[in-house]
Ligand binder design. Sequence first.
Ligand code: 2AM
Length: 177
Amino acid sequence: MRLFVALDLPWPLRERLSQFAFGLAGARWVPPENMHLTLRFIGEVPNWRAEEIDLALHAIKARVFPLVLTGVGVFEKAGRVTALWAGIERSPQLDHLQTKVETALQRAGLEPERRRFTPHVTLARLDQPANEKITRFMQGNNLFRAEAFSVEHFTLFSSQLGKEGSVYTAENDYRLS
Ligand code: 2AM
């Protein structure tokens, strides 16, 4: 199974985020049902490991906390824009939960994640040099700020590549208190 741990987003927020989509040749906009905030990408694991991961995530104790999406940005690789995303307001509670997830996964036998946690919600995936349209997207939306929502659980998702792109399935939710 190909797994990742993420936060679900409320539907009104997903609908708001889907309004960012604009005509940009070659961009694959993330459909609202696929929008999420990744806490930790896990990748392919055998079923027995997935069960250990589930147990380790169950043992996490953390508090419900508010989260605000704000701003937009891009990821670039070798001079090419690879993603457009909505940003997350810095939140010690989010960092705290992410650290707990990372610790739990290492306890379940996974190698430590070496990449820094850069919380974001991917809006579109692409692969093209920066251009005027992308600059306008950034400038036009840099004041974006959504209403806070309450993070009450986190989720272990599996990901399957279908004909129409990735299909994510919530394997389990873990409640915060
Ligand atoms: P992204 O949103 O920045 O593309 C499921 O694939 C989720 O895991 C996506 O949100 C993706 O982040 C994230 N992810 C992180 N590292 C990944 C990797 N090496 N391969 C695929 N997805 C990855």
